[in-house]
Each structure stands twice: as C-alpha cells, then as structure tokens.
Design a protein around this ligand. Structure first.
Ligand code: H2U
Ligand code: ZN
Length: 339
C-alpha cells in the first residue's frame, strides 16, 4: 500500500473523523533521548492511601482488609442512580437528567505494582471482575452502556499510584459510544460485515502497524491514531462485550495487556501515564451484530516519560495532528521485546 510522505489526513472510520499527519516534520530518526525523572518506587502498603486494604477513604468509609480485587461504589460519583429534576427544553438550551452508577476497582492490595508488573493470573482475575461488573450493571434497568476504564499517572489526573480503574454505567449513550455505534452499525447495515473484523484482517495482512499478537488478541497502532503511541487492542473473534469472553479469551486478554504495558514501560523507561478504556456493545438493538469489543490505550507521551504531547492550538480548535506516523510508533513498540 502507498505510504504518503508529505502532509496528509487519515480517516477514522470508528468516529467518522480525520487526523492530520505531518511525517515531513519527523525527518530525524528517534534519538532515544530520555529525561529520567523516575519517581521513587512507592511502598507495597501506604498508610495514607485511600485504596490500600484496611485504610479509611476520604468519604469516611473504610476498606476491608482485602487480598484479591476490591470493588466499591465511588464515594464522589459523577452519576447517580436516581437522577431526577425533569428536562430543560428551551430553544437551544437543552438538558436531561443522566442516571448511572460509578464504581472503583482496586486490582490488587499491592500499592506498588503497575499492571505490567502483575502476574498474568492477577490481570486475568481483573478481566473476570470487569466481565462480572459488565454483566451485573448491564442487567440493571435502564442502563445503556458500561464503560470500563483506567486513568494512570498524575499527568492523566489520577492522584493515586495504587493500581485501580473505574467503571461507569450510563442510562444514556455517552458521545464517543454514540459515534462508534453509528459507524459500526452503519457499516454492518451497508456491507453485511463487521467494520473491525475487516479492519483487523487488513492490518494483519499488512503487518506494519501490528504491535503484538497472541492466539486471541491483537494490539496495533491504528492507521488513524491521534496520540503518538496510541494503540487499539482487539479480539480476533467477533465479540461484543467483556462478559461474553470465555475464561480462555480473558486469559489471552490479560496476557496481551501485560505484554503491551511492559512494552510501553520499556519504551518510556518508567511507569507511564495513560488512559485506557473498553468500548463494548451498548444495549441499543442496533449495536448487534456490528459492534466489535475493543480497548483503546491513549498515552499522552511523545518521546519519553517526561515529554508529553498537548492537544492544543490547532488541534483543539481545528483537528488533531501528529508528526510521528503510526507505522513508526508501532515499529518502536514492536522493538521493545516480548513480541
Ligand atoms: P482516578 O481513577 O482518576 O485516580 O480516580 C479515583 C476515583 O476514586 C475518583 O473518581 C474516587 C474518586 O472519586 N474516590 C473514592 O471513591 N473514595 C475516596 O475516598 C477517594 C477517591
Ligand atoms: Zn494503596
């Protein structure tokens, strides 16, 4: 396939949006420069951490002395089960109550581990908990979608290094899921095939953006990636939701996450900041059969753990732009070992 060497835009079929790519600005190869600011390793248990076993939370509750995974309702939830108050529908001024549930999931009692450092069995237990939460929350009346996500590192606004993620379940469809639904369902209605199954087949054939593969999952730098080292993790089989994965597939997902995160840590030579989230099929009837489960990893970093990319100026006002091509980013991540 042709590789465009000058400024060009690439199409994101999941969002029906374009990204500006300017490879001519990256003439020089990767210099491997690293500004080391590795913070001191945190302790295994931190008496001041609101997520460690046995500790008091900010909201007043106390965590049990848990020894596996611990999940609780967020003490400061952005969504509330009983949102009320009626609608505002006044010309261009519109508002609707938004009901939902926010949960916090601690992956392990160990305060000091990153997911890259956890045994694959521990990550597999986390994938089982994500699946169970998805099943239980989707079964609640009125819930449209369950978003499993993680903010890691102070740069992404996560104040606490304790390995944890969040789960938000909404009664309305969040913006990004609404766009992905339109795109995936629309593609399936037109072509009679799955957008991401077809995309994955094309990427596997080309190979140049593949980062890692195992029997069940593929991690790749999407053709239309916005963030320098953005990746997409896809099941090879057409699956819609986390709770539809077999135990074997969940173990494969855990292995893929461990491998991908270890690559990122080697690339940046430090535990690195990122946002990760699963896009799983919402309850809407239109979501099936076109929706293909996937996870996005969006690290804000450019060259090292301290050089970040900001989405500002033209990117904030017009469209996202990148210099490093996704092909070059995938090659860097592939080189980081662990295949
Ligand atoms: P991050 O994943 O961005 O670090 O956020 C942690 C969440 O933990 C955040 O949503 C919640 C915050 O509301 N939290 C509690 O539920 N209880 C606490 O005692 C502190 C933080
Ligand atoms: Zn802790």
């Amino acid at each position: 396939m042709k590789m465009l060497e000058g400024a060009h835009r690439r199409y994101n079929p999941l969002l029906d949006e374009w990204v500006l790519v300017s490879p001519q600005r990256m003439q020089r190869p990767w210099q491997g420069e690293v500004e080391r600011t590795a913070p001191p390793a945190p302790p295994g248990y931190d008496p001041a951490c609101y997520l460690c076993p046995g500790n008091a939370r900010v909201g007043g509750a106390r965590n049990p002395v848990y020894d596996g995974i611990y999940i609780f309702d967020n003490d400061f939830p952005a969504l509330q089960a009983a949102a009320g108050g009626g609608e505002v529908d006044d010309g261009l001024l519109r508002a609707q109550p938004e009901a939902g549930i926010c949960r916090v999931i601690c992956y392990t009692p160990r305060h000091d581990l990153t997911m890259a450092e956890m045994p694959v069995e521990t990550i597999a237990a986390v994938t089982a908990a994500w699946a169970e939460e998805t099943r239980a929350l989707m079964a609640r009346p009125g819930i449209q979608s369950v978003m499993v996500f993680e903010n890691r590192g102070a740069m992404m606004g996560s104040s606490n290094p304790h390995p944890h993620g969040q789960i938000w379940a909404n009664a309305c469809l969040p913006n990004v899921l609404a766009k992905e639904l339109e795109q995936q369902a629309g593609y399936h209605e037109r072509q009679g095939e799955c957008l991401l199954c077809n995309y994955l087949a094309q990427e596997l054939e080309r190979g140049e953006r593949i980062v890692a593969e195992n029997a069940g999952f593929v991690a790749l730098a999407p053709y239309w990636a916005i963030w320098p080292f953005e990746t997409l993790v896809l099941p090879r089989a057409h699956q819609g939701r986390l709770d539809e994965l077999s135990a074997e597939a969940r173990a494969q997902l855990a292995e893929m996450f461990q491998r991908l995160l270890a690559k990122y840590e080697r690339l940046f030579e430090a535990p690195f900041p990122y946002s990760m989230g699963f896009h799983q099929a919402p309850a809407a009837a239109r979501a099936r059969p076109g929706w293909h489960l996937h996870a996005h990893f969006l690290p804000p970093l450019l060259r090292s753990a301290t050089v970040r990319k900001f989405m500002v100026g033209y990117e904030l006002m017009a469209m996202p732009q990148r210099d490093l091509t996704p092909e070059a980013a995938a090659a860097r991540l592939r080189e980081m070992g662990g295949g």
